[in-house]
Design a binder for this molecule. Structure first.
Ligand code: 4NP
Length: 150
């Protein structure tokens, strides 16, 4: 079993499934064995596939998100995963608020892309900038994989 990494956003239909899909492809290219999943702090979209426009932008770059389904993060995730990666400060605060003692470390995805110019992944559900989101996610993904290889 590889290192277990959970990506978390609000709805689990845009940013975190994209992060999961991008890191899966890039880890495969590097031959790095990881166990990946994603979840949302909110329950609005539980059971749904990633948002259509997000899937379209992702598949255009070779990331197939069609098999993913939204779920809500649960306290047990802190034991099931080694690392939990939040997309923005609100997700981070939510995770720290539910975190049991001794559970997985929580980090911001943008921590892995120093100099990227932002301290969170903006939500494309509201910005509508799906390609800009993927540009940032790809950069953070490379940094995360660099840090896990060290
Ligand atoms: P995500 O985007 O957190 O990147 O999946 C969102 C999608 C939908 C909603 C919120 C965030 N929503 O409240 O419906």
């Amino acid at each position: 079993m590889g290192m277990r990494v959970l990506f978390v956003c609000l709805g689990n239909i845009c940013r975190s499934p994209s992060a999961e899909g991008v890191v899966r492809v890039k880890a495969g290219l590097r031959g790095v064995n990881l166990d990946l999943d994603s979840a949302g702090t909110g329950a609005y979209h539980v059971g749904e596939p990633p948002y259509g426009p997000m899937q379209s932008a992702a598949i255009a770059r070779g990331y197939d998100l069609s098999g993913l389904r939204a779920r809500q993060v649960v306290r047990a995730d802190f034991a099931r995963f080694d690392l939990i990666v939040a997309m923005d400060a609100a997700n981070f605060a939510h995770l720290e608020g539910m975190r049991p003692e001794g559970g997985a470390e929580v980090r911001l995805f943008t921590d892995y892309a120093p100099g990227c110019g932002t301290d969170e992944v903006p939500d494309p559900y509201y910005t509508r900038d799906f390609d800009g989101t993927l540009d940032l996610i790809e950069r953070c993904a490379e940094g995360l994989l660099d840090s896990l290889s060290r």
